[in-house]
Design a protein around this ligand. Structure first.
Ligand code: MRU
Length: 351
């Protein structure tokens, strides 16, 4: 069995005291492979905000490395604290960002010697990165078993946005069972929603799945109902940016519509995410902060006017899918099904 090696798109280069963060600029994919060398905190914040690095776990990993850059200042503690505060303003919805920053703060609080701070923070960032890599594989194993049970082995899946290797430190969340199915030579086919307005589905998901030799077809977001009605797929699987304590899920705008469609067509709707995406302090979906993006991302996407000058646009980047539309949530710890507050809490209690 050949293990798939996902693209290594987040990397620390050099030592803790003088090194820097290297990111694959996802805004340039699939046309160009361009690397961004982030040598200060602001460049990491900008990379997160402009979606050069994106996807909930990857945002958390990048922010953790960004904290190391802060601690490279002459006053390491003050530099770190300023970095943590600044990076927290980059994007509001993915809770992984805040979980990672809080973890870096706990790490910093335990370091007595300021001179040791960059090295300890780098070790912590690398641990966050490595743990996410392992979580992706465990999610893939649980999700593949679940999907085979739910779909009678017909692994024809629809996914939205990019919850893939490019969004994580490993083989993705929603894509993890796809990579594992391919590794095991199981027949697998994927429909990737192109994902308006920034096309993470066609630019990123189709790119990485095709590189792994997985059968992937891009559809416009508005074709999803037809794909379901024509029985082209057996299940929908997406990632998440934040999962509330009652199981409501915030993910890329359009996810909620897919869940409604899946329910109408009697199809399973599965969410795959690491436990770092679960926010037990957030009671329900209504409390999840939803990022709104600049109107130009809709009216002048990729630099070309697609609306009359001055046209207004409503641009939420995420929506909330209520728990009762979700068949199961799969984390690295196992499958939560049915999706209830008690089942979510139980998965935490069991560890
Ligand atoms: O705006 P993006 O590209 O950061 O949105 C990403 C998503 O919505 C993903 O589905 C989510 O972060 C999960 S990534 C494993």
């Amino acid at each position: 069995m050949v293990m798939h090696e996902p693209p290594r798109h987040i990397e620390w280069v050099g030592d803790a005291a003088t090194g820097h963060l290297r990111l694959l600029d996802q805004t340039r994919l699939p046309a160009e492979i361009v690397w961004l060398d982030c040598r200060n905190v602001e460049s990491v914040r900008r990379a997160i905000h402009r979606l050069s690095v994106r996807g909930a776990p990857a945002i958390g990993i990048a922010a953790a490395y960004g904290c190391v850059l802060g601690a490279q200042q002459r006053d390491a503690v003050a530099g770190f604290e300023a970095a943590a505060a600044h990076l927290a303003t980059s994007r509001p919805t993915a809770v992984n960002l805040f979980q990672a920053i809080d973890r870096m703060k706990r790490c910093a609080a335990g370091v007595g010697d300021d001179a040791a701070l960059p090295r300890r923070l780098l070790e912590e960032a690398q641990a966050i990165h490595e743990e996410d890599r392992a979580a992706c594989r465990a999610i893939g194993e649980h999700a593949l078993a679940l999907l085979r049970e739910l779909t009678d082995d017909r692994l024809a899946l629809l996914t939205h946005c990019n919850a893939g290797a490019l969004a994580t430190g490993g083989i993705g969340t929603a894509t993890a069972p796809m990579y594992l199915a391919a590794e095991q030579h199981l027949p697998i086919s994927v429909f990737a929603d192109e994902t308006r307005p920034l096309l993470q589905g066609s630019r990123l998901t189709a790119w990485e799945l095709a590189q792994a030799g997985i059968d992937v077809s891009i559809i416009t977001d508005s074709a999803a109902a037809t794909v379901m009605n024509q029985k082209c797929i057996a299940a929908v699987i997406t990632g998440a940016d934040r999962i509330a304590a009652n199981g409501d899920v915030a993910n890329k705008i359009g996810t909620y519509g897919l869940a409604v469609l899946a329910r109408h067509h009697g199809l399973p709707f599965v969410v795959a995410a690491p436990t770092t995406t679960i926010d037990l302090n957030c009671a329900c979906g209504e409390k999840i902060p939803i990022e709104h993006r600049a109107a130009e991302e809709i009216t002048q996407g990729f630099g070309r006017a697609t609306a009359p000058p001055g046209a207004a646009a409503f641009a939420p980047a995420f929506d909330v899918t209520p728990a009762d539309l979700i068949t199961a949530i799969v984390t690295e710890r196992g499958v939560i099904r049915p999706v209830t507050a008690a089942a979510l809490a139980a998965q935490f209690d069991s560890c």
